[in-house]
Write a protein that binds this ligand. Sequence first.
Ligand SMILES: Cc1cc2nc3c(=O)[nH]c(=O)nc-3n(C[C@H](O)[C@H](O)[C@H](O)COP(=O)(O)O)c2cc1C
Length: 301
Amino acid sequence: MNLAVSLGKMKLSNPVILASGTCGYGKELVSYLDLNQVGALTIKSLSITPWKGNPPPRVRETCGGMMNSIGLENKGVHRFLEEDLPFLETLTTRVFVGIWGKTIKEYVAVAQELEKARRIDAIEVNVSCPNVEKGGATFLEDEETLRRLVAEVRSVTGKFLIVKVGPQVRDWGKVVSIFEKEKVEAISVTNSFPALSVDVEKMDFFFHLKFAGLSGPAIKPLALKMVYELLCVTALPVIGMGGIATASDALEFLLLGARAIGLGSYTLVNPSSALQVLKGLEEYLTRKQIDDINSIIGKVR
Ligand SMILES: Cc1cc2nc3c(=O)[nH]c(=O)nc-3n(C[C@H](O)[C@H](O)[C@H](O)COP(=O)(O)O)c2cc1C
């Protein structure tokens, strides 16, 4: 049975990807699963200098999901290269690395640092960055800034370039034309949804920054709609994510035309869930007597 898929020129042994921010720097998951069995892992978004993130509370369970206000905490690209790259070099699977910044210059600086590491297969530019910048506007909401951001990152990296979007997209057509023109090679959809929660005992907002990112099963139908709308206007490969917990969830995204899928929050519930999703995909294909996963991608149009 063939589970290998490709995102344009990027070949993956299977379509199951660990999503950014939910598999740490990779090492954290080694006692739960063999990382070489997933199609790719995505290192949490890195900034140019270490970033403390938001004050607690940082997570809250919701009905059918979770909210997080981690605020993109990370050790910074330099420490990552020093402390984590040697481990990632022992792996055979694809390694994607998320990047973020408060300014375009910061994104570019992170991409330049990563360029030195041959082991890194792709850069995933997180352009939705919720919860971090004061005022909450994201790079996605201003098309001219988005174009400059993507163009400048592209100009400093020869690596496979993925842009990760969130629900702030207003006009898929405009965003996609920027990505296509600036030679983005794949699009990850979606980041978490800005949401709000109230602490009734304290009679206050639950999170310090008021808004937090909603993820998990609750957002799956919204994420599927985004993936569908995106695929209506682009031929760029799409990595679909948002609320995937089972092989059946993953199949919904693949049948719509996503070429790979990301597992986020569910890895926090069950750190080895990627392997269960993979096994479930194999079982589905066996039951349907299909020997190549590519023949079901985009079946639902
Ligand atoms: C705790 C947590 C941390 C996250 N950190 C990042 C991050 O650093 N960069 C990023 O691009 N997405 C981040 N995400 C978003 C996920 O990668 C994913 O896009 C989103 O949660 C939707 O997928 P899910 O419903 O399977 O979780 C984070 C999500 C969670 C729950």
